[in-house]
Every structure is written in C-alpha cells, then in structure tokens.
Design a protein around this ligand. Structure first.
Ligand code: SAM
Length: 291
C-alpha cells in the first residue's frame, strides 16, 4: 500500500474516488508522514503492555492515522461521518484486518455501547485528528460521559490546545480548562504547521494528550451545579466572577460575595484567577443556596 501521507498518493486516491473536501466536516487530511506514527505511538504508550490494546479513532478520513494505529494496537475501530469515504477506506484498510470503520456521527453514536461491543476485555485509548468544528463539544462528550478509556490523544487547533491544557487559575484558562482538568491530566505533545495538511487550515495545530483520571482531583458535591457555575463564571470573561455568575444563574450577589469572602478571595476576582480547588470549594459552598 502506498504511503497515505504522501500528497501525490493522496490526491490520486481522492481523484479516483471523485472525492471533494467538505469544509463543513473539518476535512483537512494529514500529509506530513512523521505526524501519524508519533500520534499512534503516544496513544499506545498510555496502554498497559501486558493487555490487549484497542484504539477508538474519530474521523479517519482516508485512514492515514488508522493504518499507523493498526500497526501498533491489537484492534482499531474508527468512526467516520462521511459515507463518501467508504470506498476509499475499503481500499486503504484492506491490508489491516484489525482495523474497521463504523459510519456514523461521533457526537450522536452511543460510544459506551460501541466500546463494549468492539473492545471487550481490552485497554482502550482514543486517538484522532479531530474535525475542528466540533473539538470542545466532542472532548466534553467523551469526558463527561466517563467513557472507559485510558487516554485521549488528539490533534486540535493550537489555540484550543493552549486553552484545553492551561492551568486553571492562569490567564489562558476558560470553562473548558476547568472541565478538562477535572476529568484528566492534559498536556501538549507537539505542534503541527498548516502545511502538514491538505487543504492547509488557516491556523496552527497541536497534538494534545489527556490522561483520563480514575478519580476527580477535587471533591465536588454536585457535578451538575459545579459545571453550571464554571460555565457561568467564564461566560463573560471581562466581568468579575460575581457579575458573570449572577447574570447567568439565579444566584444572589450577596450570597456569592459572602462565599468568596469565606474562601479569602477578593470581591472583584475574575474566574480565570481561581484554581480548580477554589472553583470546587465555591460550588460546594453555594450549593445549598443555589440548589
Ligand atoms: N484522520 C484523517 C487525517 O488525519 O487525515 C482525517 C482528519 S479530518 C481533520 C476529520 C475527519 O473527521 C474527516 O474525515 C471528517 O469527515 C470526519 N468527521 C467530521 N465530523 C465528524 C463526526 N461528527 N463524527 C465522525 N467523523 C467526523
């Protein structure tokens, strides 16, 4: 099989299939041959060597990452939304009996069920070059549903990578930062330039890895209330936490101010200054009042 990351081979494959890129599906295919082997190795390194290894991929495109994953893992199952890629993937994955594709929307499919069906008894990780239009909702779907996976190794926009992997309490932090930090230990592995893709996206990209936590790092009495508070706190970044939260939730300003005081935080503090522990403590304090 020709190298799928080779631009000439990729163009030929796509021309033969009469395939045209759909921007709306975030279709930027990798043509840098060094990226997929690195991503595949990083994903498999998070799995126990003594156990069968399964990889769930989202958005295989023509299968450039899928084949690298299939070389390392015992089984790869990829979820692809675009049915037009079926004949292409039939061809490119023909030599990899341990790789298969499920056609469907990764935002809608029951991924717990898919993992139970495809990877029974295996250690599982997610690895993907994500469609950028759906990065945060998809990652939150995987994390919030507590998908039974050890890690998530994904290509995202560099700007998103910085926010997803920021420390809560730092300038780059947003609501998604706190949510990711609650479920996982994130880090940026390496950056990737626009020229590594066909067609090239307008922005730089980065591969990040989330090591999924077995337990949350902070005690939270009501997760739904905690995430509602986090979203409200970061909803209007220029405002103080109190103003941002009271604009979005039925929370009394005086109660919020009293809770901040109890935590030793200034009345005019902004959400990005709070650590995950402080956000959790604030939510736990407010819970009886906001409840
Ligand atoms: N993995 C390939 C690569 O690296 O060249 C393709 C990556 S491309 C950035 C994103 C892929 O995700 C495309 O194949 C696209 O059709 C697919 N996709 C887009 N939305 C999807 C969704 N909701 N569920 C599953 N796949 C999706």
């Amino acid at each position: 099989m020709q190298n799928l990351a080779n631009i000439g081979a990729l163009r030929q494959l796509l021309d033969e299939a009469g395939f045209s890129f759909k921007k709306s599906l975030g279709q930027n295919f990798l043509i840098n041959p060094s990226v997929c082997p690195r991503m595949a190795q990083a994903a498999c390194d998070t799995l126990s060597p003594g156990r069968p290894q399964g990889i769930l991929e989202i958005g295989p495109g023509v299968g450039v990452l899928t084949v690298e994953l299939a070389r390392l893992a015992d089984k790869v199952t990829a979820v692809e939304l675009d049915e037009r890629l079926r004949p292409v993937l039939d061809k490119t994955l023909a030599g990899y009996p341990n790789a298969g594709v499920v056609f469907g929307d990764a935002m809608k499919l029951d991924l717990h069920d898919l993992i139970a069906r495809e990877f029974a008894g295996m250690d599982v990780a997610v690895c993907a070059n994500l469609p950028y239009y759906v990065t945060s909702p998809l990652l939150m779907r995987l994390l919030e549903s507590r998908l039974p996976v050890k890690s998530i190794t994904v290509m995202v926009q560099k700007e998103a990578a910085v926010r997803l992997c920021a420390d809560p309490g730092s300038r780059e932090a947003g609501a998604v930062t706190a949510a990711v930090a609650y479920y996982a230990q994130p880090r940026i592995l390496f950056t990737v330039s626009p020229g590594s893709f066909l067609p090239p996206p307008k922005v730089d990209s980065a591969v990040i890895q989330l090591q999924v936590r077995a337990q949350p790092p902070v005690p939270v009495t009501d997760e739904r209330a905690f995430f509602a508070l986090v979203r409200a706190a970061f909803a209007q970044r220029r405002k103080t936490l109190v103003n941002s939260v009271s604009a979005a939730l039925p929370a009394d300003k005086a109660v919020l101010l009293a809770a901040l005081e109890k935590l030793g935080l200034p009345a005019a503090v902004r959400a990005e200054k709070l650590t995950l522990e402080q956000l959790a403590a604030l939510s736990n304090l407010l819970q009886p009042a906001a409840g």
